[in-house]
Design a protein around this ligand. Structure first.
Ligand SMILES: [Zn+2]
Length: 262
């Protein structure tokens, strides 16, 4: 494979270098320290053959990670070690984003050494979820809403399956530990939740109902639950007789999906 990119250093780390980098990462006591240790360990190794060290760089002479490259497999091994260590601080998601900015580029080299490591589960023992009582109502209402969709449209219908699948994804995201081991869940509307993670990250699991539209040719009317029809623009075409055909019955539960919003 040809490449037009010229790196200041492009090489495979030795097995010993990779092991030393992993050991550095394992000793980190906070997410910020993991990132700092990755930078120090990786670039100390890559700069040494150039006769340089990280101390040669500062605000005026900045190190540009993109000027260096290591084999893809070694890059993955280092990130894997860092993310695994981040689990100890429930900071996996946070770190995944930060690492991209500080790591060197990659190139394919399947012969680069990657010494095997024993994987240790470093996560805290428990994920503690605090669910406000109104949020428990939302969770019950969301499940009931899915049941009603199944009853109204059939359990094989796209309306039911899309709602259930998206709700299921939302629920499993709630329980996942990647954003912290301490999570607070509150109500954010009849069918929606607001989730605050210990890391400070806040997101919503928000139900988006599908609008009820008229299905007659050329009509752009939207139809409310009470049967009132309207159009976004005054001049939008609509059935002249006002006799709309709703895309789903007025008394049916709203089809829709739960979506992640940060
Ligand atoms: Zn119509």
């Amino acid at each position: 494979m040809s490449s037009t990119t010229t790196y200041r250093a492009q090489r495979a780390l030795t097995g010993d270098e990779l092991t030393a980098i992993r050991n550095q990462i394992q000793g980190a006591g906070s997410p910020a320290e993991i990132v700092a240790r990755v930078v120090r360990a990786v670039f100390t190794a890559l700069l040494a053959p150039l006769g340089e060290s990280l101390d040669d760089y500062d605000r005026d002479r900045q190190l540009i990670p993109g000027q260096f490259a290591i084999p893809q497999t070694q890059w993955e091994a280092i990130c894997d070690a860092a993310l695994n260590r981040a689990d100890a601080f429930a900071a996996r998601a946070l770190l995944a984003v930060e690492l991209i900015d500080v790591m060197p580029c990659t190139y394919p080299d399947l012969d680069a050494p990657v010494p095997p490591v024993e994987r240790i589960d470093q996560r805290p023992y428990e994920h503690v979820l605090t669910v406000a009582r109104e949020a428990t109502d939302v969770i019950a209402a969301a499940s009931a809403h899915c049941d009603r969709l199944g009853a109204a449209f059939g359990v094989g219908s796209p309306e039911y399956r899309e709602a259930v699948t998206s709700w299921q994804h939302g629920l499993s995201r709630l329980f996942a530990m990647g954003l912290g081991a301490r999570t607070y869940i509150t109500r954010d509307g009849e069918l929606s939740l607001l989730v605050r993670c210990d890391s400070g990250f806040v997101y919503g699991i928000v139900f988006h109902p599908v609008q009820r539209r008229c299905t007659r040719d050329g009509c752009r009317a939207v139809i409310n639950d009470d049967g009132r029809a309207w159009t976004y623009l005054r001049d939008d075409p609509a059935c002249p007789d006002g006799n709309h055909t709703p895309s789903y019955p007025l008394d049916a539960p709203h089809p829709g999906t739960w979506q992640f919003h940060s």
